[in-house]
Write a new protein. Structure first.
Length: 307
């Protein structure tokens, strides 16, 4: 069964290396329609992609560079941005140049079309799939959901705890998991926060009387909101000099599930430039029908129903 993975997943596999190792191996891969990967070396002024394969040059014509390029629904930045990065492709044909040297004509578009038809179009709300972060903007993270096909993970869908920018959670090139929130023809809406655990699951990591690390996410006149985990925050009393984005040491006064509250005392605040930790996922399955964030003892109901 063909797996339509984010670009870069096949690059260093033994199978990919073997298929590109010789002309005969590439001819066999061409006949079989094998999905291969290599790193681009150049996007020329006509926006064709050039690749240096182990045994010959590779060339992806502009119109074969991505779904929607020929139709004008995909901007050429999708090609320009691939310079120096891995791309997935199928071999269309092997030709010979004026010097008698072989080169391969490749199609990334063909792989993306197959990915949509055989994989992404079959997904439904609640499905969980792998993705790779490709670009971060203030409003969300763009991720590769298969063979270089991009999708947006909105900032408010990244975690329950509010963040000012997706870089507070992710780094470009990071492998993550995402959930399908809603489907449309040729478009998937994504979410991520449901994978990071319920209030109860996160609160179980802590107990009253502990002093733990956190991140200040908001400073209000009435107090300071400190994130203990991406899906759990508590409120501390005002603290002079505290500001958003700082790391903090906090004492846990009490944990109140029925009120969805964790009361904290700020002990110290400090700056920290370390990258965000990889997400901790609480869901091991590949599908959820419903996710309820709030504990049973709370009168509030915060949930996502994927059905």
């Amino acid at each position: 069964m063909i797996k339509y993975l984010p670009e870069g997943a096949l690059l260093y596999t033994a199978e990919n290396r073997a298929a590109l190792s010789s002309v005969s191996a590439m001819e066999r891969a061409m006949r079989d329609g094998t999905i291969l990967e290599a790193r681009t070396t150049l996007c020329d002024n006509a926006h064709n992609l050039m690749l240096q394969l182990p045994c010959m040059r590779g060339w992806i014509p502009r119109e074969e560079g991505a779904i929607g390029i020929s139709e004008g629904t995909t901007r050429d930045i999708a090609l320009i941005a691939r310079a120096g990065k891995p791309v997935a492709f199928r071999i269309l044909r092997i030709e010979t140049d004026d010097n008698g040297e072989p080169y391969a004509v490749l199609s990334r578009r063909a792989v993306q079309e197959a990915c949509w038809e055989n994989y992404l179009s079959q997904l439904r709300a609640g499905d969980i799939i792998p993705a790779v972060v490709t670009h971060l903007e203030r409003f969300g993270a763009f991720v590769d959901i298969g063979c270089g096909i991009p999708s947006l993970l909105p900032i408010d869908m990244i975690s329950v705890s509010r963040i000012s920018h997706p870089r507070d959670r992710f780094a470009v090139g990071q492998s993550i998991r995402v959930m399908i929130r809603q489907t449309e023809p040729r478009r998937l809406h994504l979410t991520h926060r449901e994978l990071l655990g319920t209030w109860t699951e996160n609160a179980a990591l802590f107990s009253a009387g502990q002093t733990v690390a956190g991140i200040i996410r908001s400073v209000e006149p009435y107090g300071v909101f400190v994130e203990l985990t991406p899906n759990l925050s508590g409120l501390a009393e005002p603290f002079e000099g505290a500001h958003q984005g700082q790391h903090a040491s906090v004492y846990i006064k009490s944990i109140l599930p029925e009120k969805l509250k964790i009361k904290l005392i700020l002990i110290d605040v400090f700056d920290n430039s370390e990258p965000p930790e990889p997400p901790r996922y609480y869901v091991s399955s590949t599908h959820l029908d419903c996710w309820r964030y709030t504990p049973p003892e709370s009168p509030r109901i915060i949930e996502t129903n994927f059905t």
